[in-house]
Design a binder for this molecule. Structure first.
Ligand SMILES: [Zn+2]
Ligand SMILES: [Zn+2]
Length: 176
């Protein structure tokens, strides 16, 4: 498998009971198959420490504007780029087909220091929706039916926070 960011050949590395693919000696990125990242994304999950020192060739420069193709899926599926959490300090690239995730060098460290736990991250997202998004949706809803469609696409735009969980109409306390 080649690195989706720089094309370097990925090599495998063990971290606890997961085996991920690292771009060792290339851009320093890491590929996680579906459900692998969640085993090492918290500071308390010490297995993840084994992935913080992937060697990086300083001569390999990754263009931050470039979108990546999934290294695993056959027909060049483009990875979705979205924020890891409502703090919006780290972006991740996730495959809509296989659920794999690519992290650029340094992003795993950022994720591990972002929130102490998965629950805390989701609680922050819920709070953000209640405080910021829901009132805006209520305001939009008060307008005509035409405007409602606009509100829905607006809500849709917020899916980047936790794409699988915050589809309009599905989150708790949904405005629709
Ligand atoms: Zn690479
Ligand atoms: Zn994929």
């Amino acid at each position: 498998m080649s690195c989706p960011a720089c094309g370097h050949a990925l090599s495998t590395r063990n971290a606890g009971d997961v085996t991920v693919d690292v771009c060792d000696g290339g851009c320093g990125g890491i590929w996680f198959d579906h459900f692998e990242l969640q085993k090492v994304d918290e500071q308390s999950e010490s297995a993840g420490e084994a992935l913080l020192d992937v060697r990086r060739d300083p001569g390999v420069v990754v263009d931050p504007a470039e979108r990546y193709n999934c290294p695993k899926c056959a027909d060049a599926v483009v990875l979705m780029r979205h924020f890891w959490s409502v703090k919006r300090d780290v972006t991740i690239d996730e495959c809509p087909e296989c659920g794999g995730i690519f992290l650029d060098a340094g992003e795993l460290a950022g994720i591990r220091s972002d929130f102490p736990s998965e629950d805390a991250r989701h609680a922050a997202a819920d709070a953000y929706f209640k405080e910021v998004v829901d009132p805006l949706l209520d305001e939009e809803r008060a307008k005509s039916a035409d405007e409602l469609a606009k509100a829905q696409s607006f809500a849709h735009a917020f899916r980047f926070i936790c794409p699988s969980e915050y589809i309009p109409g599905k989150q708790a306390g949904a405005a629709f």
